[in-house]
Design a protein around this ligand. Sequence first.
Ligand SMILES: [Zn+2]
Ligand SMILES: [Zn+2]
Length: 129
Amino acid sequence: MNDPTQSKYRHISFKSKTPYRRFIKAEDELKSSHLESQMVEIPAHGTYGALLFRPEWKAIREEILARDKSCIVCYSKSALQVHHRQYHFIVRENKFKLPWEYPKHLLITLCESCHRRGHSKFKVPTINI
Ligand SMILES: [Zn+2]
Ligand SMILES: [Zn+2]
C-alpha cells in the first residue's frame, strides 16, 4: 500500500524553461511580500473543495489577488484563481495544512486557463513537515 506520508514527487525536478516554472517555484519578488495566503487542491480528498468556501480562505484569496492583480503567467485579469505551489503534509498530525495556513509566497494568482494548464503539466510537490 502507498504510504501517504511519502511523496513520490519530492525528487522531481521542475526546472522547466517555460513560464510555468513559476507555477511551483517561489520567486524572489514574492518573498518580500508581507501578504500570505493559499488555496489548495489536496489530492484525493472530496471534502477539500468545501474548505475553499470558508471565510478564512476567501480572505486570503482576496489578499493574494490584490497583491498579484493579474495572472502571473499571462497577465490576464479575468477568471483569476489562487494556486498553491506546494502542499504541506503534517506528518505528526497525519493531515494536510488547511488552505489558508500556507505562507503567502507559496500562493500565486493564475487565470483559469493557465491554472488548468499548469496542473496538467506539473505535479504540485507535497512536502512532509
Ligand atoms: Zn494566465
Ligand atoms: Zn492550483
